[in-house]
Design a protein around this ligand. Sequence first.
Ligand SMILES: Cc1cc2nc3c(=O)[nH]c(=O)nc-3n(C[C@H](O)[C@H](O)[C@H](O)COP(=O)(O)OP(=O)(O)OC[C@H]3O[C@@H](n4cnc5c(N)ncnc54)[C@H](O)[C@@H]3O)c2cc1C
Length: 397
Amino acid sequence: MVDFRDTGTEAAFRTTVREFIGGEYEPRRSQIREEARRAAPFERTPAMRAWEGELAERGWIAPAWPEQYGGAGLSVMQQFIFNEEMAEARAPRPGGIAIGMAGPTLITIGTEEQQAEHLPPILSGEAIWCQGYSEPGSGSDLASLQTRAVKDGDDWVVNGQKIWTSGAHRADWMILLARTDPDAPKHKGITYFMLDMHSPGVEVRPLVNMTNTHEFNEVFFEDVRIPSRHILGEVNRGWYGAVTTLDFERSSIGSAVGMRQSVDAIIDVAKEHQGSGMSSLGENEETRNALADRYIEAQTAMMISYRIVSMQSQGMIPNHEASMAKLYAMELNQRIQATAMKVLGLYGQLGGGDPYAPRRGRYQYGFMRSIANTIEGGTSEIQRNIIATRGLGLPRG
Ligand SMILES: Cc1cc2nc3c(=O)[nH]c(=O)nc-3n(C[C@H](O)[C@H](O)[C@H](O)COP(=O)(O)OP(=O)(O)OC[C@H]3O[C@@H](n4cnc5c(N)ncnc54)[C@H](O)[C@@H]3O)c2cc1C
């Protein structure tokens, strides 16, 4: 039988997290939200900085990192509880590439000097990082990337282009994959660099997405010099370091809780506007059924997350299970956003500037932004390939 209840120590830890959120986040909630509404994507507002200071005091900026590197060294179950409680309270967390990818990679394959230089500014939020992997011709088949780095004295000289680089316009550093041996088999000639984004020859050009938001960019490199001490791991073995980095992108409880909250929020807004012509709830059986289906599916997303954490807490490394979680959550988010459109009808399509837009245009934005969910972080087709081959043992197509 599956027992979902906390043990005594887990329950005590949950209470600690809840009390912390109640004492430190709740009084700041409205100010953080108000400032965030006016801020640009990736901007750290004063209220957010103050909240981050509280998290930092407890090592909860990076709860999964070992204590010796400035994290909280939480166990898998404690991380799960922490993430779940933070998501339930909708408490924002610093994260992104710096905490979620660059830091863990530095801890795993970085030298002591690299760790000493980069981990403190990541934890204090001073250093913002972006991820330079994808290129115009290399996304799913990442190992085919063409950006070149050539050794010149103690530096490497980089030429080429990255694309879809989220937050590059605000980043101080990039984790960058570049080809250093064009004659080697494609996985074996790639090196993993840390690039100072303020270096001469780096040009960041904005790409504005269909929600009219500047989130990602094109990044061009023209004779950009990177000192050898900024290589992560070994020359020509960067692919293996990058795979480690991708392995840190796995937790999914936050997004599973978020899905359930989104369904609850649609139900709230639908009830609020019932009878006003803005909501089809009550008039349309299809809408009610769709909401019921989304509710069930959100519970399924939670169960998939429970499975992953249960594997991790037994020392197993989720592999195709992580692809299942990603695939299911992202496709579910698209269905949830589409259901919101159905419930709110034409009003749901109104943008933030329109006085008739429910929840200040959140649903228009959510629907359009969700389109990218099944592309970013590995497309749904690629996740299905992983589940089919590694999970079900099917032959490659
Ligand atoms: C919002 C957003 C943010 C992003 N942020 C970043 C970032 O910060 N840094 C970064 O490096 N990248 C980022 N990306 C890029 C992202 O990782 C790639 O878009 C993604 O990996 C897909 O690559 P691609 O766009 O080149 O598409 P392609 O790989 O060209 O795929 C095109 C289509 O072909 C399908 N396909 C490809 N290969 C196969 C196959 N073997 N079997 C079946 N179908 C296949 C794909 O599923 C897709 O439908 C971001 C993307 C988005 C949308």
